[in-house]
Design a binder for this molecule. Structure first.
Ligand code: ADP
Ligand code: MG
Length: 601
């Protein structure tokens, strides 16, 4: 028998789409306040928002006669007909948010128009709405949402920790605030003010107050207009790039939204300056005729579509490329006439190393290549001049790495260092060429891994702790991971509202920049969902960082360091390749050399 579902059930189903977690409630309510023209917005949350969300704005307020419809589904003051969908200027338009929220929480709205004497209060409890009653209060609107999902326990079970939720909400406010510089935002968590963004800041300042002061030093202005498409904002210097796309902030007509080809075109513009696996940092506002944008693609309004997507992408690309190029030009001028094309591509950082190549501790006794995971990256072949070959010049024959004995065992102490890159060694059976950086990397890697396995990572205490400013999510992650980090040699603790302090470095990395080291191990988007434990992931990142550190080119090694390295190399588990697969060693067999020099026929 087919029956119409009761309204409450319909709304609860709709809520499933729009209201996923406290964060979504805050998003909808803050958007409503902004649509109502608020200049001052205060968000208070308790229990990460699932116990209480209270949003107070000084916007225009509800008309008292509208209140009976406030929690009704498909009820909005922002859209009258389907034609209006073509030129939406408000953040909301679906008329679903309050109905959805009202059906899964205990809500109240207290509101007063600026031109009225009286405020009104209306409540809605799990979809059951009371009549509005007169109340006292200032102009504007205050909405309270308590006990979110109290009547949908399944949802409640999926909630993230209050800390994570608070962090995400803070990020959300930051994101929204970048499109409303004139608005004053405050976030209060458990009675403590955790974010305050005064109205009237300029974009660069606000960006930095939101996401860390370290950003402010490297922001480049972007401005371009082409056929009615306007792009304005900031891109960060390539060396501020991140390991995730979290600070790729694109706004279309004042709405934060993403669109594939647009995001891609910005990344393309950065490509020549950025290593693979790094994501640019930017905040870009695009404006264009609203009829050329479809905002009604996604229930949470997170995506848009462009009528002229190629033109939009092209304009964005040009705008960003130009900003980056101009940076190049001014750098060239100050550096005494270096041409733009001579500027280093990535101004800092480490070689681009594919993340999935980092070795997993090989299962004991395994003779397989040191890479235990995923699509087996073939280790670079051990290049050995074959004794059997009869060529007149040494020929590099690639042999499959069958159980190779450790080539460093029993090498004598004498060596010759060439070009700060290679070490030549006489060995019993000929001559060995070692890539010193590749070998150093392997040595550092295995040493760290062994120390870590034994839970005795050697640390170096910093004379003065180094403060690192982080975004709320990053900070929450770091503090949660503090124990695991400590086991890896990195001691960090809380340091003020948006920072942590680093106290120790692993001794192998004592020359590293503590801030860069910490940043390099922050999780990439989506990482937490990977099957490995947090600890495994950390160890992995940490070691890869150790390796990157080791291979910094231009590192000069003293003779004593080389000697020590060779000695240690004799104990390596996998001496033939660096942890990313590059060969460490090339051997010329005596027989081959003799044949080449015609000492033997
Ligand atoms: P939408 O934002 O899509 O219109 P909502 O369910 O979020 O739908 O809100 C319904 C209506 O309630 C809005 O159209 C608006 O008229 C009114 N409203 C919501 N929040 C506020 C607010 N903070 N101040 C004034 N009016 C509001
Ligand atoms: Mg809305």
């Amino acid at each position: 028998m087919i029956e119409r579902l009761p309204v409450e059930v319909v709304n609860q189903i709709a809520a499933g789409e729009v209201i996923e977690r406290p964060f979504s409630v805050v998003k909808e309510l803050v958007e409503n306040a902004l649509d109502a023209g608020a200049r001052r917005l205060r968000v208070e949350i308790e229990g990460g928002g699932s116990d209480l969300i209270r949003i107070t704005d000084d916007g225009e307020g509800f008309l008292p006669e509208d209140l009976p419809l406030a929690f009704a589904s498909h009820s909005t003051s922002k859209l009258r007909s389907v034609h209006d969908l073509d030129h939406i200027a408000s953040l909301g338009f679906r008329g679903e948010a309050l109905a959805s929220i009202g059906s899964v929480a205990r809500c109240s709205i207290k509101t007063r128009r600026h031109d009225r004497e009286e405020a009104y209060l209306i409540r809605c409890d799990g979809g059951k709405q009371n009549d509005a009653v007169p109340a006292g209060g200032p102009p504007g609107t205050q909405i309270e949402v308590r006990d979110l999902f109290f009547n949908t326990p399944a949802r409640r079970r999926f909630l993230k920790s209050p800390g994570a939720e608070k962090a995400r909400i803070q990020e959300l406010l930051c994101e929204l605030s970048l499109a409303r510089l004139e608005v004053d935002f405050t976030l209060v968590h458990e009675g403590k003010e955790v974010l305050r963004l005064p109205g009237g800041e300029d974009l660069a300042r606000r960006f930095a107050s939101c996401f860390g002061r370290s950003l402010q030093k490297g922001l480049l202005p972007v401005r371009r207009e082409y056929e009615g498409i306007k792009v304005e904002g900031l891109v960060a210097e390539p060396d501020l790039a991140r390991r995730d796309g979290k600070l790729e902030l694109l706004y279309i007509n004042g709405r934060r939204a993403s669109e594939r080809s647009a995001t891609f075109s910005v990344r393309q513009a950065f490509r020549e300056f950025l290593m693979r696996g790094r994501f640019p940092v930017y905040v870009l506002h695009m404006s264009m005729n609203p009829e050329l944008v479809d905002v009604n693609v996604h229930p949470r309004k997170a995506e848009v579509r462009f009528v002229h997507s190629r033109r939009v992408a092209g304009t964005l690309h040009e705008a960003v490329r130009q900003a980056l190029q101009e940076r190049g030009v001014s750098a060239a001028q100050t550096d005494g006439g270096i041409q733009v094309r001579d500027l280093p591509r990535a101004r800092s950082g480490f070689p681009d190393l594919p993340q999935d190549l980092f070795a997993r501790p090989a299962s004991e006794g395994s003779t397989a290549a040191p890479f235990g995971k995923g699509p087996e990256p073939a280790p670079a072949p051990i290049v050995r001049v074959s004794d059997a070959g009869g060529g007149s010049a040494p020929q590099a024959a690639s042999a499959a790495p069958v159980e190779q004995p450790n080539p460093f065992r029993g090498v004598s102490g004498r060596f010759l260092q060439v070009h700060d890159l290679y070490i030549l060694l006489a060995v019993d059976d000929g001559l060995m060429v070692v890539d010193q950086h590749a070998l150093h990397e392997r040595v550092v890697y295995e040493r760290l891994r062994a120390e870590h396995r034994r839970r005795e990572v050697q640390v170096q205490r910093l004379l003065t702790p180094v403060a690192v400013s982080l975004s709320p999510t990053e900070k929450a992650w770091v503090l949660e991971a503090a124990e695991v980090l400590r086991a890896g040699g990195l001691e960090v603790d809380d340091f003020g509202p948006d920072a942590v302090a680093v106290h120790t470095l692993p001794a192998v990395l004592q020359a590293a920049d503590p801030e860069r080291l910490l940043r390099s191990i922050l999780p990439v988007d989506g990482d937490q969902d990977a099957a490995e434990s947090l600890e495994e992931q950390l160890v992995e990142r940490f070691h890869s960082m150790a390796c990157r550190r080791a291979v910094m080119s231009g590192d000069r090694m003293s003779e004593a360091e080389i000697a020590a390295m060779l000695e240690e190399a004799a104990t390596l588990e996998h001496p033939h390749n660096c942890p990313h697969g590059r060969p460490t060693v090339l051997t010329f067999g005596s027989a081959e050399l003799e044949r080449y020099f015609r000492r033997r026929c």
